[in-house]
Design a protein around this ligand. Sequence first.
Ligand code: ATP
Length: 452
Amino acid sequence: MDKIIALCKRRGFVFQSSEIYGGLNGAWDYGPLGSQLKKNIKDHWWRAMTQLRDDIVGLDGAILMNRAVWRASGHEETFNDPLVDCKTCKGRFRADQVAATPCPQKPSQCVGAGPDCQLTEPRSFNLMFKTHAGAVESEDNLVYLRPETAQAIFVQFRNVLDTARKKLPFGIAQIGKAFRNEINPRNFTFRSREFEQMEVEFFVKPGTGREWLERWLEDRLAWYESIGIPRKKIHVLDVPESDRAFYSKGTYDLEYEFPFGVQELEGIAYRTDYDLSRHQEASGKPLDYFDEETKEKFVPHVVEPSAGVDRTCLAVLCEAFAEEEVVDEKGNKEVRTVLRFAPCIAPIKVGVFPLLKNKPELVAKAREVERLLRPHMAVFYDESGAIGRRYRRQDEVGTPFGVTIDFETVEGIKEGPMAGRTDTVTLRHRDSMVQERVAINELVPKLVAAIR
Ligand code: ATP
């Protein structure tokens, strides 16, 4: 994990928030490559949900909502974690995680296990951040930063239903920021106080919820596979009834094998009609559905696949990270660090390199290839240093392809079946390091197909 964190900082994936002022615990900034990686993951999810299927529509709700939403949803009363204080080190910890939290004074032991630890009885701590909407700070204008994106979907159910003219089963998808005042933010970006979620509320007829829960489990596992996280690395936890919310009739946690342990990536929950019913009751506004076929009116049930963008990014980074021994051009062994991102989410798709920067004809041709590719994908042009070093730099940030413009590009291929042909380049593949000769006019279709 230390190596991955170091790489993230060194190459501009993730920085500590407010770093020059000593940072802010639980907040992270995504740098040039990290922000692109994160955007690609979100775009891939959004496309899978709202473009490749016709039963899900999108929503982009506000972070600030009427406080009544959080009263009705139960968050104001119950969105709590158990908190314990240690009278010796003055640390604050989540009572249900002390066994996995190192003691600040004796990191070889966990919190509570050291001879000097003095833990208080657990007390409830509400995780919602509070602020005030308006100039005066009073109880009347108290608002929360949303701790999940889902509630905007529930409270806009009627508006979406009326405007999108969807029939059950259908879903509403949303990506956005969520905030939780976590007691112990830790494990890099895994547990943060500010993070992003990708959530679908999928509305179904009562009686079909279990079936849809199973379908969503399959869909989501296939989606992770499509971004390079194989099924065998995801543990599916069938959450026992005793650990589920009282209204849930089934929950799967998808857990990934992070270097720091097997931890939750996404929760898929069959939440019955709990949320819509609560809001219908509290707002006095109808949130039911009229079924044209059966002429029945009912409150839809919901299955919710809820994933974390930051946790997905982190899982993708962990899965992609590899160090392998290779032999360089001079025959020396060296360690190659490579991020094996699936091409569809890689922040840079292709590196373009003139073999030598002091040969104007090679540079001009390389700039031409760069201009050809740029409208179709993220390109990185690099002319400095030995070509092997330039390849390594792109391997380390997960660029799946490299295009090198050499003398044969401008002067023509010297021998073999393609002898005499100009305007061909070397296409290098990141994972296999295999190089092939490709005509410049074949590059766009070939690469576009590979990065989709
Ligand atoms: P945990 O048990 O790890 O606190 P949770 O069960 O409370 O998570 P949910 O409320 O189900 O999480 O939220 C859905 C998803 O949002 C999680 O699976 C995770 O990917 C993401 N998420 C939740 N809390 C955080 C956080 N503090 N930092 C980053 N991502 C988070």
